[in-house]
Design a protein around this ligand. Structure first.
Ligand SMILES: NC(=O)c1ccc[n+]([C@@H]2O[C@H](COP(=O)([O-])OP(=O)(O)OC[C@H]3O[C@@H](n4cnc5c(N)ncnc54)[C@H](OP(=O)(O)O)[C@@H]3O)[C@@H](O)[C@H]2O)c1
Length: 330
């Protein structure tokens, strides 16, 4: 039997319990994976709390096992699977499929990706989901070009680390926000050119100060309610707001007339949309693995917890104590 996390009802971290389960043999098109490292994402917390957007909650039954990404070893292949063999190292990062918080699981072979020897399991589990998200945001949703000035909220977090590193590599100037002084160093190491500490500074005033009153080309906002409206004050004329998350709560309804004063653009990024096409998703996974290989994305800088300590991992993320990605080790 193999440890699996179950959520029987929406609530705090303590609603997650560990049970022993055997997922059985893989069906047609499936692989059975012995998972070696499991990525934790803020979306897992939203689903556990019941605070994900209504369309996402509607797709989740109870009980469920959270988790969107992991790395592991193929233990068995189901009928029709030709792309993998027993013993292959693989990983996946899929917004619309849960079930990652488990020592052993079944998974759709078409959504898994072979890991190169050069990428460690923990690095893949820490970076793939955040990587495909950032790839979609900076290459497709709002394409970062050399010279762009970016405002990025939660710059020392999981997505924050990946987005800063990659956008910097592409030639952007990054203004990052963090809530506390102890996160500043990490944001600077990631590549932020300027770091604003929201616990003691007004991020909009500081951003305008840094940009000589012009504002930034793009805001990437994964924090939501606490910063969303004020972030428009940071945008230059014709600047773009990319909303992609709501770690502080859902954005409240607002009047679109506010966009007209400076011709601002607004878009909402979703991995489920940008990675719905399997070949596009597989291409992005390959690009993220290349970025890890090339050192664009950081290896070995993730917080690790035993799978048994999943409750503590969620508590620390919700309390804003974590820096970078969080990985569970089965
Ligand atoms: N749309 C998509 O497809 C997609 C995909 C992946 C992730 N996301 C979203 O991206 C965001 C970041 O995800 P992540 O997994 O990388 O998490 P994370 O950034 O590592 O953690 C969340 C960070 O948000 C900040 N924060 C601000 N207010 C908060 C609050 N009330 N409670 C907790 N944290 C708060 C904290 O940084 P400070 O303390 O420095 O402010 C915290 O470290 C999340 O909103 C997530 O849902 C969206």
């Amino acid at each position: 039997m193999f440890k699996t996390v179950l959520v029987h009802q929406a609530g705090g971290p303590e609603v997650m319990t560990l049970v022993d389960q055997d997922p059985g043999a893989p069906g047609a098109g499936q692989i059975r994976l012995r998972q070696t490292a499991i990525g934790v994402n803020f979306g897992d917390i939203h689903k556990r709390r019941g605070s994900a957007p209504p369309h996402a909650m509607a797709a989740i039954g109870l009980p469920f096992t959270p988790g969107l990404e992991a790395a592991g070893i193929v233990e068995a292949v189901g009928p029709g699977v030709t792309e993998f063999r027993v013993g292959d190292r693989v990983a996946y990062a899929v917004a619309s499929m849960l079930g990652g918080y488990a020592a052993v699981r079944l998974f759709e072979a078409r959504l898994a990706h072979k890991l190169p020897d050069s990428v460690a399991d923990a690095d893949a589990a820490a970076l793939l989901y955040k990587g495909v998200t950032v790839h979609g945001m900076i290459r497709s949703c709002y394409r970062i070009e050399p010279g762009h000035v970016v405002l990025l909220h939660a710059a020392a977090g999981g997505i924050g680390t990946v987005l800063t590193r990659w956008a910097k590599y592409l030639g952007a100037t990054i203004i990052g926000t963090v809530s506390r002084d102890d996160k500043v160093q990490r944001a600077l190491i990631n590549g932020c050119d300027h770091v604003i500490v929201t616990g003691r500074e007004d991020f909009a005033a500081r951003t305008l100060d840094i940009t000589d009153g012009v504002g930034v080309d793009v805001v990437y906002d994964g924090v939501g309610q606490e910063v969303f409206l004020k972030s428009f004050d940071c945008l230059r004329k014709y600047g773009t707001m990319v909303s992609f998350g709501q770690s502080s709560g859902m954005v409240k309804p607002f009047d679109p007339v506010m966009l007209q004063h400076k011709g601002h653009y607004l878009t909402k990024f979703s991995g489920s949309t940008y990675n719905a096409d399997v070949s596009e998703y597989q291409q992005r996974l390959g690009d993220v693995l290349d970025a890890i290989d090339q050192g664009i994305l950081p290896r070995g800088t993730h917080a690790t917890y035993a799978l048994d300590d999943v409750v503590a991992a969620h508590r620390d993320i919700e309390a804003r104590r974590t820096i970078g990605s969080v990985v569970l080790m089965p």
